[in-house]
Design a protein. Structure first.
Length: 287
């Protein structure tokens, strides 16, 4: 690693304790994708929270319902059960909500006219039909609010319960519902593989194809021909001195490669005082 702070003193090793200050290189662009996704979703948080609040006021028949969303980040807590949604319910869920069983129970109590109050942790219970419908209505309402602003069609999206958190890379937010003095929180995750602003694939104009093909023929390539090779141990290598002779093995045919791809194969021959390669097989005829 080149350390530019040394004023031209050259390379040096970076100790582990000191290396922690150097950021990890985002080779695949994952961090940039996460940052862009969070920025897009965060811009819509207020709109989605307002739309969800209106929906839940009708759902729970209470004008005091207020929902907020925390900023989207790559961090988040786990939950006991997850309701995930995907187009036609195929593959891993792309957007999910994670609940504690006690919070689902509290939502059902609110739906039937009770007060929103925290409930002690409930062990070993299944999600009831009422809780399932409530969670599905909230999830699809949230998707509709996000998708409407992102230009994504909600048609065909279906939800399903899972006993584990989403497995893909994801960003998360925390939803908080407040009614009077009571409040509950649950998680929402969005897969980083689900791009809300996909870029359309570029289509090459047909008029450019002949020009590109002509330019491709002018691209320089470097052929590497391995004439001979030999094997010896590291100990034998360490004993070699000037003047020693190494026997080498030359095969009947040799390959010419571009990088790691073999594209030509032939036989070595002499032409005057030069060593040449007489082509036997061309591109596409050997692997």
């Amino acid at each position: 690693m080149q350390d530019k702070t040394l004023g031209g003193q050259g390379k040096r090793f970076i100790k582990g304790a000191e290396a922690a200050q150097y950021p990890q290189f985002d080779l695949l662009g994952e961090n940039r994708r996460v940052a862009a996704l969070c920025a897009t979703l965060n811009r819509l948080n207020t709109h989605v929270a307002d739309a969800l609040s209106v929906h839940c006021r009708h759902l729970f028949n209470d004008t005091g319902v207020q929902i907020t969303l925390s900023p989207w980040t790559s961090q988040g807590q786990d939950a006991e059960c997850w309701l995930g949604a995907a187009p036609d319910n195929k593959g891993e869920p792309l957007v999910s909500m994670g609940f504690a069983h006690s919070d689902l129970f509290s939502l059902s109590e609110l739906f039937f006219g009770g007060q929103l109050a925290p409930v002690k942790k409930i062990e070993g219970r299944q999600v009831s039909e009422t809780e399932e419908r409530l969670a599905q209505k909230i999830l699809h309402s949230m998707l509709g609010a996000f998708f409407g602003k992102l230009g994504i069609k909600l048609e065909g999206w279906q939800s399903q319960w899972h006993n584990r958190s989403p497995q893909q890379h994801q960003v998360r937010t925390e939803l908080t519902i407040k009614v009077g003095e009571g409040q509950l929180r649950w998680q929402c995750s969005w897969s980083t593989d689900f791009d809300p602003n996909p870029q359309p694939l570029a289509v090459m104009p047909s008029a450019l194809k002949p020009q590109l093909e002509q330019c491709a023929h002018a691209i320089p390539v470097k052929l590497k021909v391995t004439v001979a090779q030999l094997s010896l141990s590291l100990g034998e290598l360490g004993k070699l001195k000037a003047g020693d002779i190494l026997p080498i093995e030359m095969g009947e045919t040799v390959s010419a490669r571009i990088g790691k791809v073999s594209c030509l194969r032939g036989q070595l021959a002499e032409q005057g005082d030069q060593l040449v390669l007489r082509i036997g097989d061309g591109i596409g005829e050997t692997k």
